[in-house]
Every structure is written in structure tokens, then in C-alpha cells.
Design a protein around this ligand. Structure first.
Ligand code: RB5
Length: 146
């Protein structure tokens, strides 16, 4: 997945790592659409996740969400049909969720994952292609028939 634009968002607990990831992407010439938060003041992660998901769905770009654990962000993001958010704590998880699940929102925990590992995970997220084939069928099956 090579994209020239990436959306990013965090709550207060992920703000510092968000800034690290944003700077790294901008350094690679990627346009970063930052939906906030812009300070370490306490805020509610679901609102940020929702803004990020709307940007991902309307613009067709990948997204990155950071909170303390990555978990709350992923739960909120996965309530949107068409969003496939995955919390990744290592590069292998990220490579596989791109190859097999066509993950379009990477969730990271600033309190869980160090900067170096987070940057490596981000690299896999941005540069691993979805394999399609049988995995496309399974991705299509994720949304239950109503
Ligand atoms: C904030 O303290 C923390 O709950 C939040 O960042 C996140 O980890 C929730 O899942």
C-alpha cells in the first residue's frame, strides 16, 4: 500500500508518538492529514477515532491512530463498516494484517510500544500490499449480512 497521503490521530496518551510518526512520514514526503489531538490535555479517544475514520473512508487513504494502548482506538474505529483497524505491537502482526486482512487503520499504543518499534511497524503498514485472492473473500465476509 503506497499512499501519498496518510491520516493520523491520537488522544492525549498517544500525542507524543503521533508527533514522532507524523514527522517521520513528512520526512518521507508523505502528506499527513492530522485530525488531532494537538495537545496533551485529556480528551476522549472515540471522537478522534471517528474523525479519523471519516477521513479514511471519504478520502480513501490509510489511517493511523495512537492512544495509550491502541485498544480503545481500534474498538471505536472498527464500528465503522469499511474500516479494518488492527492494533499491532510488532512488525509481523502489521505485515500479516496488511497481507491478509487489508488493514486500513493501524492502531498503536504509546504506553506499549517504543518509538523505534512503532516506526518499524509503520513502515510495514505503509509498504505491505494486500494479497487479495482467498483473503479478499474473507475480508468481504467480515461485514455480517443484516
Ligand atoms: C487514556 O488514559 C487511555 O485510556 C486511552 O489512551 C486508551 O489507552 C484507551 O484505550
Amino acid at each position: 500500500m503506497s499512499s501519498t497521503t496518510v491520516a493520523i490521530g491520537s488522544d492525549h496518551a498517544g500525542f507524543r508518538l503521533k508527533e514522532v510518526l507524523k514527522a517521520a512520514m513528512q520526512g518521507q514526503g508523505i502528506e499527513v492529514l492530522d485530525v488531532g489531538t494537538m495537545t496533551t490535555d485529556s480528551c476522549d479517544y472515540p471522537a478522534i477515532a471517528q474523525d479519523l475514520c471519516r477521513a479514511v473512508l471519504s478520502r480513501g487513504v490509510p489511517g493511523v491512530l495512537v492512544c495509550g494502548t491502541g485498544i480503545g482506538m481500534s474498538m471505536a474505529a472498527n464500528r465503522f463498516p469499511g474500516i479494518r483497524a488492527a492494533v499491532c505491537a510488532n512488525a509481523y502482526q502489521c505485515e500479516m494484517t496488511r497481507r491478509h486482512n487489508d488493514c486500513n487503520v493501524l492502531c498503536l499504543g504509546e504506553r506499549v510500544t517504543g518509538d523505534g518499534a512503532a516506526l518499524q511497524i509503520l513502515d510495514f503498514f505503509l509498504n505491505t500490499e494486500f494479497e487479495g485472492g482467498r483473503h479478499q473473500r474473507r475480508v468481504d465476509l467480515m461485514d455480517p449480512a443484516s
